[in-house]
Design a protein around this ligand. Sequence first.
Ligand SMILES: [Zn+2]
Ligand SMILES: [Zn+2]
Length: 404
Amino acid sequence: MSTSTTAASDALGARQSDSRVSPHIGDITSWRRDIHENPELEYDVQRTAEKVASLLRSFGADEVVEGIGRTGVVGVIKGQSTSSNLCIGLRADMDALPIIENTNLEYASKVRGKMHACGHDGHTAMLLGAAKVLCETRRFNGTAVVIFQPAEEQGAGGREMVNDGMMDKFDIQQVYGMHNMPNLALGKFGIRPGPMMAAADTIDVTLTGKGGHAAMPHLCVDTMLVAAKVISALQHIAARVTNPVDSVVVSITAVEGDNDSYNVIPNTVKLKGTVRTLNPAVQDEAESQVIKLITKTAEAYGASAEINYERNYPATINAVNETKFAAAVASQVVGADNVDDEYPPLLGAEDFSYMLIERPGAFIFIGNGPSAALHHPQYNFNDDAIAYGCSYWISIIETGMPAS
Ligand SMILES: [Zn+2]
Ligand SMILES: [Zn+2]
């Protein structure tokens, strides 16, 4: 019997055993598809937030607070007892992407140019499903806080909710996040202690030389050539400065001269790019190397450089104990063979990182099965993952704050 057959049967067994989620799968799937049809961007997630808040109220959540982090929603669900004084936060994201959907699904986006291409529709639906079961059963001693954030893709909605005082206001002690992962098999989870996703920094550079006739380069400082030297010099950081066992990516993604002709050397050239790192020390070193290499390279060729280096989402760093706990909970749901607790980190970024800076917790990947990549116009969240995701959330609460 192949490993994958074992995995599938183990996972199926676990899924069938979760009798409390199964009756709601139809509802949860229809919420997911409704959100998919009506994608909203960044902080403009009013319809989705309204749907989340009204469903939480209909489940009987003890408290539903809207407008945290501008359009975020928080639901509070008290267990059968709260004598433990424990409080665990579970977080989902609600925003879509500015992508033209190309899936031909019957519930494809009704808004051209907006699409749930990262599966946040599924994340929101799974957390709603878990909230429904938790409200019904309340088999825990403590408080579950369900967090629905806006602006994950762009705009740092997670940071905005933290800055609104969410962690203290609801007395959240630990916080957990989850993201679907295309091509990780359905019914599998992946997690690791330490860095799970990267810090994403942006670089904006303006190189100034001396423009002029393209046939008389000796009278100019050729900014386009300086840009080429800068782009190639920056690869020195990954190739020769950073320890090969550490990760760093420096990508220049846009080059723009200040004219659009065949025979003019531009006076200025603008570059844009991103720097990805998993470790704060490597991030510090990469930042100082980027600035040094650009400044000195420009200078060496007689040009000057203006650099704006901005740190955006920090690395998503899983706390050691909470990661062990999350992996154990995932193992309860799908069996230990289906949980990779040394899943390789990714150099994408995730603004759940801001919540993990405030409180210990862990971010886990849930298998989406074979599918187009995240942010691809043909991507779709796999509704067959709902049972696993909901069961994981419920188990985090019931195992983390057991009823006596
Ligand atoms: Zn995304
Ligand atoms: Zn995402």
